[in-house]
Design a protein around this ligand. Structure first.
Ligand code: PLP
Length: 370
């Protein structure tokens, strides 16, 4: 057994241990944990500094998970099951697909979009892998696959390699992405052997899940450094959550600390409408406030896209702070910078106007002049 498997075995998953270690009364969350499993790795447990801090809230079950909320009550808010042509595969966008490799995760995030099935037994079977390979082989428009779950790094190297090599054999599949929370919650999983294995299947990208600057520790920095040294471009995904990271200061620190460990911020997600997660939701303006506080005020590299994954399978929609393009016409555009200063940029005289390309916000008649 590898060290990471031993570490995983020592995770907290029952309410009695939770009570002993963190003082949460077992009876207060017994029903919750029966419905939605818990797992807290020894590494992440060490990062909890006090009751109710940002890491605690992400992994310690709460009675609030049972509170009803009719606006936030979907088992499968993104309609992933409707968009699934073969078991384990979601095909929503024209050129890319999502693959569920396993239902297991290093920790069970209390706000998980896939709360409906994570933690239950289940890993991609050889039979289903064959069906996935057959589907993608037939659909030559698919050029990108994202391994997800659950967490694809929860399976042993040998199985992950079997899946990677089966997919790499499909000529039109250009890139493979691994979506994982492992580097930030079970860093011992990132071994030299793992990196050597993944490297053989390049181009492989990884999108890592981080929500708070306290998750960026020396151990996590080391794990990400090994992945980056193996030539894997690293991105991050963050879920915006009340009481965890819903201030511009916390988000700015997170994004800057990510860049410092060679992870490029990719998405900040508005919380999905998943049953049992309503207490994490923020108003949509909060995300815009955060993007406004980042853009121009820190490296452009540190600014991710703020997206809402539209309910009912509408896909990700980037939400942009409005009003940086104040006016556009044949001669010029009027733009506003991060300090609200106004500038004029002339259009080139030699090129023709492009029909249907103007943004809807353009108001030709009341644009302000610089
Ligand atoms: C997020 C997602 C993708 C990937 O989207 P990108 O914007 O390309 O990162 C693909 N398929 C599904 C179903 C998704 O939810």
């Amino acid at each position: 057994m590898d060290q990471w498997q031993k570490d995983l075995k020592e995770s907290i998953h029952d309410v009695e241990t939770l009570e002993k270690v963190l003082g949460v009364p077992a009876e207060s969350v017994r029903d919750i944990v029966e419905q939605y499993p818990m797992r807290i790795t020894p590494y992440l447990l060490k990062q909890i500094k006090e009751k109710g801090d940002a890491i605690w809230k992400q992994v310690v079950p709460s009675p609030e998970e049972a509170y009803p909320d009719s606006a936030c009550d979907a088992e499968d808010p993104l309609h992933e099951e409707k968009d699934s042509p073969v078991p384990g595969l979601v095909h929503r966008y024209p050129d890319r697909v999502l693959l569920f490799v396993t239902n297991q995760c290093p920790i069970y995030c209390r706000f998980c979009t896939r709360k409906r099935f994570v933690g239950s037994p289940g890993t991609l079977t050889p039979d289903n892998l064959n069906k996935v390979v057959a589907y993608i082989s037939e659909h030559t428009e698919i050029r990108d696959i994202i391994f997800s779950g659950g967490d694809p790094l929860m399976v042993v190297d040998k199985l992950l390699e079997r899946i990677l090599s089966a997919l790499r054999a499909i000529p039109h599949l250009e890139i493979i992405r691994l979506g994982t929370r492992v580097p930030g919650t079970l860093p011992s999983r990132i071994t030299p052997a793992f990196c050597e294995m993944v490297k053989k299947y390049h181009p492989v990208y990884m999108n890592l899940h981080f929500n708070h600057p306290d998750e960026i520790t020396p151990e996590v920095g080391r794990a990400c450094g090994m992945l980056a040294d193996a030539g894997i471009p690293l991105g991050s995904q963050t879920v915006l959550m009340e009481g965890i990271n819903d201030t511009p200061e916390v988000m700015k620190r997170l994004m800057q600390k990510l860049l410092a460990i060679r992870v490029k911020p990719y998405y900040i997600y508005q919380a999905d409408l998943v049953r049992g997660t309503q207490h994490f939701r923020t108003r949509v303006e909060k995300g815009l406030e955060i993007i406004n506080a980042l853009r121009g005020h820190t490296s452009g590299m540190a600014v991710p896209h703020f997206v809402i994954d539209a309910p009912q399978g509408g896909g990700k929609v980037a939400i942009l702070p409005e009003g940086t393009l104040l006016h556009i016409d044949d001669e010029e555009v009027i733009i506003k910078n991060y300090e609200d200063k106004i500038f004029k940029y002339p259009q080139p005289a030699h090129s023709e106007k492009i029909e249907n390309a103007l943004p809807l916000i353009s108001s030709r008649h009341n644009g302000r002049r610089a």
